[in-house]
Design a protein around this ligand. Structure first.
Ligand SMILES: [Zn+2]
Length: 378
């Protein structure tokens, strides 16, 4: 019997909203170790209270990841994984007050990306406990503290949890209007370093090799690898070089962001970037970096999972749409492993990574119900 299908709307909303306020007020920007530990501690206590077996993973100098395991009512089934992150991009003090209800909106740092999703998951797990019920499958919640900076210390943790899982649910922000993300572009990050030769710009410029001129060639060459029709976009995001205007620059560098919709395109661009050579005699070029997150492709398994969620939303009287995004998430890792992944099912809102960040309060109870029903039925 479902403990969510006929649950009281106001009760579900209050359960999510109270937890959201607490999560947001514990501001937790990436790399703020003390604050990330504080929010991880609060989350671990909530998950323990909801009946989870909780481990924290200490990352010296960064923060703390949280993993909670819930025994399912059918404990021999393959587990479900719920994936989230507790870090935000907002420096402490960006919002004043930190958390605010504004008409039908809840505002605050990370409220949309993705403390809203975490609060709804917590509310759903607490409801199982309160009603003496449990998710059908063993359920593992992984909440990491370094998603916004590339998940370097959490990727293996995420992949270990997802290995052999039945499916992965990612309550990251949805598309405008609340649609799930059934396709995500993959992300590649590269750094180009050019070495030239310094010389006096007036006395003996002919003895110099201008690293910035070389870099300019490389910026154009990299940019030309884009193929927007196939979904491949490339942006050189930063560049710098030289020491003074009267010195032929001996060094320069640029960082490059690559987005791709398919693994084939990722490989094509990767090969091309690594194959770049210097154009100026006497210059050298080195390329570092590579793929940061694989793309989420619209595979049959991912679509089947989306359809199951859409069906549960329809039972509750609303439509869960789907679409694609250029942004990556930790769901990209699990989808890249071939584990069915449903991403972007957090509460509707807008303004991720901006001071306008908000979620729609009326969407919170719908999401709590959706997560509860997914955990009951998948
Ligand atoms: Zn996020």
């Amino acid at each position: 019997m479902s403990v969510f299908a006929s649950a009281d709307e106001a009760e579900l909303r209050e359960g999510a909203l109270g937890r959201l306020r607490r999560l947001v007020e514990l501001e937790s920007p990436s790399s703020d170790e003390a604050r990330l530990r504080a929010v991880a501690g609060w989350l671990a206590a909530e998950l323990t209270a909801a009946g989870g077996e909780v481990d924290t993973v200490d990352v010296e100098g960064i923060g703390e990841h949280v993993i909670a395991r819930f025994r399912g009512s059918e404990p021999s089934l393959e587990p479900l994984v719920v994936l989230g992150h507790i870090d935000t991009v907002h420096p402490v003090g960006t919002f004043d007050p930190v958390f605010r209800l504004d008409g039908g909106l809840a505002r605050g740092p990370g409220v949309f990306d993705m403390k809203g999703g975490l609060a709804c998951v917590l509310a759903a797990l607490a409801r199982f406990r309160d009603e003496g019920s449990a998710p059908r499958r063993p359920t593992v919640l992984v909440a990491t503290c370094d998603e916004e900076t590339g998940s370097e210390t959490s990727r293996s943790l995420i992949e270990d949890a997802a290995r052999g899982a039945h499916a992965v649910l990612v309550p990251e922000p949805p598309l405008p209007g609340g649609a799930a993300k059934t396709r995500r572009k993959g992300v590649g990050w590269y750094r180009l370093e050019v070495t030239g030769r310094a010389a006096h710009a007036g006395v003996d410029p002919e003895n110099g090799v201008n690293a910035l001129v070389e870099l300019a060639h490389q910026v154009l060459a990299v940019t030309a690898l884009a193929d927007p029709a196939l979904g491949t976009t490339i942006s050189v995001g930063e560049a710098a070089g030289g020491t003074a205007s009267n010195v032929v620059p001996a060094s320069a560098w640029a960082s490059v962001d690559v987005r791709f919709a398919t693994g084939t395109e990722a490989e094509r661009v990767d090969r091309a970037i690594r194959g770049l050579g210097p154009r100026l005699e006497g210059a050298s070029l080195s390329v570092s970096g590579g793929q940061n997150r694989p793309p989420v492709e619209r595979t049959e398994a991912n679509v089947a999972l989306y359809r199951a969620a859409r069906g549960l939303a329809a039972e509750a009287g609303w439509e869960l749409g789907e679409g694609s995004t250029g942004g990556g998430s930790d769901g990209s890792f699990t989808a890249g492993m071939g584990v069915p992944t449903l991403d972007g099912i957090g509460p509707a809102g807008s303004g991720p990574h901006s001071v306008d960040e908000h979620v729609l309060v009326e969407d919170l109870p719908r999401r709590v119900r959706l997560y509860g029903r997914l955990l009951e039925t998948l």
